[in-house]
Design a protein around this ligand. Structure first.
Ligand code: AN0
Ligand code: CP
Length: 321
């Protein structure tokens, strides 16, 4: 695997899930695979889980790890070609990428949507440059539009906790004070469309996800109706994807607190498990009672980030041989 951004990069999902379970049973099974190989993890944005779980995954495989927080201690990077660099940016991405790549064997990059231009974000302007100019395998640690390591961990979690075949999985929008990217819901939709689940998306009008990710998934604007009989509730805020009104891209269109996931909505589900990728704002996205309930999976879900990252790095190491 040279690039990991999409569910398609993983090949058949049953094979990937089997591999995940094998690694979960013995996470050090492939500790010789990464000997004298170096993973470079580059963060343009904050992280707790991705940073720790991906480092842990690399260590499981016997790799060396270098972590760079671009905004803390590195030179400020220019990302646009052709600009006269007379401002506060000391170095261009076009030099920085091949230099960073020269010190490692695989590269993970986190670079969120900037909300300056829908086109730049949805064209993955930053990650595409890493793919093009690094000459190394690149995996997405949440880009402008996708968060595949999260969705893979989510799928593993659903597989582990499902109590029937073809469970009903509901992705619900929930309120948040600040504009957040669409990466998590985009990838979750993409992965659920590929998985053996009954997938429903619910959100207020105007929050329609990009068709390249949401595909033909069922969209239900009535949250209570969407929750009926659900086995898994996956909550997430996202800002306006700008599908119907491009001028609204990245805007907060609603802070409707009736969408906060509480016992009221959970009562109509099939005793559903609650999921969220974290970090989560309590009593905005979900009430204390729901996130603390025995049906909440937020901790095992986060723990599975180590497993999804181990599988992905293992695949990349195997492709290096
Ligand atoms: C980020 C987001 O919504 O994309 C990261 C989630 C994994 N969340 C925040 O910025 C709070
Ligand atoms: N879920 C997730 O990616 O968390 P971090 O932003 O803390 O890495």
């Amino acid at each position: 695997m040279r690039v990991f951004r999409s569910v398609k990069d993983l090949g058949p999902l049953d094979v990937a899930l089997k591999e995940a379970m094998e690694i979960k049973a013995d996470r050090y099974k492939y500790q010789e695979l990464g000997r004298n190989k170096t993973a470079l993890l580059i963060f343009f944005n904050n992280s707790l889980r991705t940073r720790l779980s991906t480092q842990k995954a690399a260590m499981n495989l016997g790799m060396n790890v270098i972590v760079l927080d671009v905004n803390q201690g590195a030179w400020k990077l220019e990302t646009e070609r052709g600009v006269v660099m007379d401002g506060d940016k000391s170095e261009h991405l076009l030099e920085a990428i091949p230099v960073m790549a020269s010190y490692c064997d695989v590269i993970g990059v986190r670079s969120f949507a900037r909300f300056e231009s829908r086109e730049d974000d949805y064209n993955e302007k930053i990650l595409e440059q890493f793919i093009q100019y690094s000459g190394k395998p690149v995996f997405f640690m949440e880009s402008a539009t996708v968060h595949p390591l999260q969705s893979f961990a989510d799928l593993i979690t659903i597989e582990e906790y499902k109590e029937r075949q073809h469970p009903k999985v509901v992705l619900t929008w929930a309120p948040h004070p600040k504009a957040l990217p669409q990466a998590v819901p985009n990838s979750f939709a993409e992965w659920m469309n590929a998985a053996d689940v009954d997938f429903v998306v619910t959100h207020p009008e105007g929050y329609e996800l990009d068709p390249q990710f949401v595909g033909d998934a069922r969209v239900e604007y009535d949250q209570m109706k969407a929750f009926e009989g659900a086995d898994f509730i996956y909550a997430k805020n996202w800002s306006c994807p700008g599908v119907t009104r491009p001028e609204d891209y990245g805007k907060v269109l609603s802070k409707d607190m009736s969408w906060t996931v509480s016992d009221r909505q959970m009562a109509v589900t099939n005793n559903a498990h609650f999921m969220h990728c974290l970090p989560v704002r309590r009593n905005m996205i979900v009430t204390d009672d729901v996130i603390e309930s025995p049906r909440s999976l937020v901790i095992p879900e986060a723990a599975n980030r180590e497993i999804s990252a181990t599988v992905v790095l293992k695949r990349m190491l195997e492709a290096l041989k």
